[in-house]
Structure formats: C-alpha cells, structure tokens
Design a protein around this ligand. Structure first.
Ligand SMILES: Cc1ncc(COP(=O)(O)O)c(C=O)c1O
Length: 391
C-alpha cells in the first residue's frame, strides 16, 4: 500500500542509481568488494524530484559565484519551522554553515576554553566527542541507561559529571545512534539542568524531520525564553532530503551575544555555503514535503521489516528499544561474542558502523543504516543471517 502510494506520487524508493564508482564515501569504502554498505548516514535514495529540478534550473543559469541565501531561501526555512514545529524564528538568528560537524566544532571553540568540559549523552555520534577534543576542550560523555526497553538519561550521573570547568551541553535530538526522541519533560529537565549550571545548550536536531513514531519533535529552544537565551539549534535539510554532499546547514541562535561569539569562531576558517547548496535547501524545505511523507512511510516499513527479521532470524542480535526516529538501527550483538563484529559482517558482505566509535564497549554494538531500497535491506539481512550461521 505504501508502495502504491509512493508510486502514485511518482517517487521511486524501490530502485537506486548505481553508486559504485561514484564520489560516494559510503560506496567507495568497499570498492571492488561485494559488501553492501549500510554504515555512514546517507540514504541510497535519489533526492526529491523538486530538489533535483531546482538544481537543474540553477545549473542552467551557468554562473556559480560566491553565494548568499536569497530572501526566498530564508523564507523557506522560516516557514518550514513555523509549519512543522510552531517555532517562529527571526531570520537574523540564522548562521549558515557548510556542515554540522563543522557546527559542533565551532560550538566547542566558541563556548568553552581549552581544558574546559563539554557534556554529552553516550553512545553518541562520534563528532560530539571528537569536536571538543579537536580544539583541546574535554568531552565528558555520560552514558544513557537502558530501562524497561527505553534509553533513559541517567540524571544522577549527569549531575555528578558537572565540575566548575563544565561550560557546554551537546544534545542530540533525535539521538543518533539510539534513535530516541526526547520528550517535553526530558527537554525541560535538560533545560533546567543547563540553567542551574549556567551551561550553553547546543541541540543538534539534524534528524528532527525523520520521526517515525507518532511523536512530536520539540526544538529545545522553543521551551521558553530562558532556554532560547542560552541555546543554539543545529539543523539541516541534509539527512532528510538526502543532500548531505551539498553541504548546507544552519545554526539558529536567538541570543545576540551567543550568536556573535559563534560567528567570531567561524571567521576565516568556515567556508561559505554554495549556490547549489542554497538552491537544494530552499527546494527541499518549500517543495519537499510530499516526498518526505512518502519517505517516512518507506522508512517505517524498512524499520518494521528489520525489527521482525532481527527478532526471528538473527539470534544473539537485538534491538533493545523502539526506533522512534532516523534511519539508523542500534543493534546489540554482544551475545555473539565476536571480537570484531564489523569485520565478521564485512566478511559476509555487509558493511556496518562499529558501536565502539560511538562510545560503546568494543564488540557490543553495531549501527545499521536502513535508508535504502527494501531489496538491499533484505539482501543485507540475509547475509547477516548467513554470517551468524557461519559463526
Ligand atoms: C547528529 C548528527 N549531527 C551531524 C551530522 C553530520 O552533519 P554534516 O554532514 O552536516 O556535517 C550527523 C550525520 O550523521 C549526525 O547524525
């Protein structure tokens, strides 16, 4: 049914152009080897037709000078945030960035001094830990706790991790890799925690348009003026519309002083967003909604298929908590007792991300990207089944 609907809308999520031999990082990793890459977080779907058409028009213009967003590009972002989250932002709050890893690095430099500490919740997308370290700041990951089938914040551990050197909290909402959508009460507690300890709150919301369950995304900055004053929100069309290679992201920073500090840290080192990036961003936010809705249906189907397959066919592998958002599954493989699960699955034709990079103990977790045609996912899961049989 989902497929009929997606076809009726003229969106094809069943086939994928051959990415082997292209500039794709995801596919180059295993060039010349029969390994299906389900690691890095980009999808094997073509971008929305509206985005591709806009890019064609922009390319046909033929001049690619230094770019600035037009009023209409800015309006597309502002309108999308208003329509989706009821968040009214002032265009002046936006700082454009060529990527959010860059944004995390700039954030660490802008809001902590060398030797000062940056809190985050682990397991976590690796740049949350490497960004502070890159500039001599100290990342302090506080482990999430699995409780009754849900990843929960360990509030006592978080409180205990604060020192006089703690300056910044890096939040990931929805949280990569555990696919958790933080609820209003949890966000309120995080905001109160940051206020109590006078921390800047950086909320990376790059996955916010990829919520699979019936849950609202609540931008942290929307909780109230006190949070907004101490927060910056990182967002991008990249994950949702599968345009990460076009390098267009934004930091939304309501407070003038905080924004100045951030912009100062970008000076001379952060590249400008490109003309094609702005074009894709505008088209995605303005005209990409029907495609996004169709995508979400496909991702829900892939997620459910994956969960059922893991449950029935992959003994020793488990998904311990609901995958509420993203196209990333956090698989517990500890029972398999493999010294290097990623190498084992690679040897059987599937390329996954090593949970150790996200701060999990070596051998305990792998992350699987299910943002691909169902046939690719099915083949990969069958290969994982064979990998278990061969173990
Ligand atoms: C939470 C999070 N932030 C940032 C990024 C990467 O952002 P960018 O490609 O814009 O550097 C990712 C990519 O997976 C991510 O999951």
């Amino acid at each position: 049914m989902v497929e009929c609907w997606s076809k009726r809308m003229n969106f094809d999520f069943d086939t994928s152009p051959d990415r082997a031999g292209t500039d794709s990082q995801k596919w180059q990793k295993y060039a010349g080897r029969d390994i299906l890459p389900l690691w890095v977080a980009d999808m094997d779907f073509t971008a929305p037709p509206a985005v591709i058409a806009a890019l064609h028009r922009r390319v046909d213009h033929g001049i690619f000078g230094y770019a600035r967003p037009t009023a209409s590009t800015v309006a597309a972002v502002v309108d999308a945030l208003q329509a989706r989250y009821g968040w009214t932002i002032d265009p002046a709050w936006i700082v454009w960035l060529p990527g959010l890893v860059c944004g995390l690095n700039i954030t660490a430099q802008a809001f902590a001094q060398p030797g000062e500490e940056v809190l985050t919740l682990a397991p976590i997308y690796p740049p949350f830990m490497t960004a502070p370290a890159n500039s001599g700041r100290v990342a302090v990951p506080v482990n999430l706790r699995l409780e009754a089938g849900r990843w929960e914040i360990d509030w006592a551990a978080l409180e205990a991790a604060v020192t006089p050197r703690t300056k910044l909290f890096l939040l990931c909402n929805p949280h990569n890799p555990v696919a958790r959508v933080w609820r209003r009460d949890e966000l309120e507690k995080i905001a109160a925690f940051c206020a109590r300890h006078d921390l800047v709150l950086c909320s990376d919301e790059i996955h916010c348009d990829l919520i699979l369950d019936d849950l609202p995304h609540i931008p942290a900055a929307l909780l109230g003026p006190e949070v907004a004053r101490r927060s910056l929100t990182l967002m991008a069309p990249s994950k949702t519309y599968n345009v990460p290679g076009l390098g267009t992201s934004l930091a939304i920073i309501p407070d003038t002083q905080l924004r100045r500090q951030f912009v100062r840290a970008t000076a001379g080192v952060v590249a400008e967003v490109t003309a094609l990036g702005y074009t894709a961003c505008e088209a995605a936010y303005r005209d990409g909604e029907p495609w996004r809705q169709a995508l979400l249906a496909i991702l829900r189907g892939n997620r459910d298929f994956l969960l059922e397959f893991v449950r029935r066919e992959l003994p020793g592998v488990s998904v311990e908590a609901p995958i509420e958002a993203t196209y990333l599954a956090w698989l517990n493989v500890r029972e398999l007792n493999l010294p290097d699960p990623v190498a084992h699955f690679e040897a059987h034709g599937v390329g996954l991300s090593d949970g150790a990079f996200f701060g999990a103990p070596k051998g305990h977790y792998v992350r699987l990207n299910f943002g691909c045609p169902r046939a690719t996912l099915e083949t990969a899961l069958q290969r994982m089944k064979s990998a278990l049989a061969a173990h």
